[in-house]
Structures are given as C-alpha cells and as structure tokens.
Design a protein around this ligand. Sequence first.
Ligand SMILES: O=C(O)CCC(=O)C(=O)O
Length: 440
Amino acid sequence: MLNLQGMMMSSASSADGVAMRDEPDEEDDEIDEIVACKRCERAWLAPEDWAQDGLAACWPALREKLLSEKLLRTSTPIAREDAAALTRARFAAEYEAKRRPCVVANRDAAREPLALAALLDEFGDLNWRVSDTHGQMVGLREWWAYARATDDDAPFGIYDAEFGDEGTPTARLAAAYDVPAFAAEDAFARAAAGPRPPWRWILMGGPRSGTGMHVDPLHTHAWVHLCEGRKRWLMLPPDTTAAALATVGVAEGRQLPSGQFFARHGDAAADLPGAVEFVQEAGELVYVPAGWTHAVLNLDATVAVTHNYATLTPACVEATAAEEPEFFIRLLRGFPPGAAPALDAYRTATPRPLAVPDVAALVLSFCDTQRCVEAAATSRAFVARLDAVFWAARLRADFGEAAHAAAAVFSSSLAAWRRRYLDAQEADAMEEAEIYGGLC
Ligand SMILES: O=C(O)CCC(=O)C(=O)O
C-alpha cells in the first residue's frame, strides 16, 4: 500500500514539551492514501472540493430519474441481443461493420469471484490501480471504505489494466470471465510479442462514480461486461459534430466526471441526433463501436470487465501508426508479408500521410513493388509529404545494409516502378538528386 508517512507526518508535543512526531496511525494512512489518489486523479481540484456540487444530497432523486425507463428520452433505442443467438458472423455484419452499439443479455460470463464482496475477501489487502494515466494505487479495502461512504460528487473508482496478468496475485482472475466468441477477433492480438497498449481492465466503482464523455483510443471497439450493479449509459454517434458536443460540455481538455455530466447535461445530450441511452444490468454486455462518444455512470456499486479490441480500419491504422508507432511496427510484423489485412488497411490509409518516418519504413516493407507504386500514385499530397522518407525508407526496408548499392540500381531509369512514381509525382529532379546523394 502507498506509504506517505514520510511526506505527511504531523507534529505534536510530548509530555515534557519537546516537539515530537506522531506515530502515524493506520487510519491516517488510509485517509492519506485516498487524498493521494484524488490529487492524481483530478490534479486541478483540491481534495476538499470534490463535494462542491453537493451531488450526494440530490443523488437519490437523480438516481431514480436515471433509472426510470420512462425518462429515457432516447431517439434511437439500443439494439438488444441474446448471447445464445449472436454468432460471430452476424455480430460482425450487423454491429461491427455498421458501427452500431448493442446490449447482449444472458451471457454466462459473470462468475462468483468478480463480485465485490468476494474480491474484498480475497484481495482486500492488495493495491489496485486507479487509472492508467497516473498509475496511482490504492488498497481495495481502503478504497471501498471511501467509495461506499463518501459525499464526493464523483468518487474515483478502480480502473486496473494489470489485473489478471501472469505472475501477479490476481492472475487467476483472467480465467474468471469469458471473451465473447462474437467479439473475439482482435487484430491487435496478432501483434508480434511485446507489450501492447492497455486493453483490458477491471472496473470497480461506487455510486456516482464512472467515466465522463470520451471516445476510446486508437479507434478501437470496446465491450463492457457488467458483473454486479447497474450502469447508466449515454452514447453519441461518431458523426456528432464538435459544436454539438460542446453544447453538452464535451470539449478538448478536461473531462467532466460522469456524475456532473448526467446532472448538468444528461437531458440535452439525450436530445442530440442519434443519441442512445439505456441502463445496463448485471450479466449484460455493452458493445461500444469505434468512434462513439460515451459516458457511463455507476448507479450502484459495480464490478465490470472491459476489453478494447481492433479491426484494421484505415482510421485505426492511422491512429495506431501515429500514436503507438512501436506497437504498430510489431502489429505489422504479426501479419505475414503480403497479408491482405495489413496491406489493404495501408493502401486505404495512404492518401493520408503517415507522419512517423520509422513507421513509414515498416509499412513500406510490407508492400510489394506494385502496391508501392499504386500507393504512391494514390495521392500527390501524400507522396509530397513522404518524399524523401519514401525513397530512403523503401530502399532500406528492401535492402537493409545494401541500401547504398540498391540506390544505384533504383536510380537507373530501368526501374519501371520508380519511373511511374516519378511520373505521378512530377518530382523535381534536383530534389531527387539530393536524396540520392544522401543515400549513396
Ligand atoms: O464503466 C465505465 O466506467 C466506463 C467504461 C468505458 O466506457 C471505458 O472503459 O471506455
């Protein structure tokens, strides 16, 4: 557990009047631990201001409203499926491909260990992660004592991406839930060995906790299986404009916690075109398609498991190449050279520049000559941006250490693909010469 004793000791006087330090007792430690988490979670908000909106006082009424089916104002009802009837093929065609959210009921995935009481029994003394962004940890028992009793407007929850990892005390929890067969095709899982961006989490939250409006990273899809409690959702489709989002408090920068979001903007957000709102019950799984903005509020104490997974759409390829270049390189290595998914994704993405030179080099190494020519000809803007990178990277990727020799070969007008590239680009001959000069 986090030890802040050294940083936060208070002083007092002994019987003989000599200033001495208190032995910090266990209760102080627990409070300090919660304060430390708050400081990491919302650095802009003093720990004593976490209750400034007084949401706890009006929570029973707000919760009642958010639970009431009558008051769900959705213009687009959420699709509901029974797990037994949902095949991989139908899910891919009707939901993934159409970016259509759904709730899947009657999954046999929630097992006994993922109930809060059982987790507290078994792992109460263990530290759990509060968030990936700051990595702060908290003892489960201390967190629950806080979460169940606090008056904070939007208490923090557990959001742990390391649960179930091999060699950790929670390793066995990986077997305590199922990845649904209908959503089991994950392109990111094919990446060559090495770390991948966080992709699965256990979520534990007390009432009023949750996650404010956000879009999941790298253009990934997500599913959230709820083991215990109820969650209130609001989702907006990918074509919701930034201006519309701004009217409901969603803007670049700081995220409004979901408690405040639902209290202040819930009704207005539900009136936006394509909005989907619903209550998720224990045992149900929610599918969040890539690109949807969504907020989730815990109406009760909840335990959930969530996974993010990828299909190699152009948007996903582009985002991953730009934001996670090292992982993207391993991802491409996970596909045999010439494999259709990587190539097709690359080909579709090429009209937009891939800004990271190292990634461009790797991408190009997966393309045969013809594909390179096609890609280069696809967009002059793209070609112009890659320019030097294109030539240098292609040569190095194909010939490695022999790139110097290869440069001489490719500078020959006999290289048909180069000629086509030059035709497409109408390149400045002098600039070309400089590039070759640098290589030879
Ligand atoms: O249940 C939650 O708090 C949030 C789930 C979610 O939207 C996410 O992890 O992206």
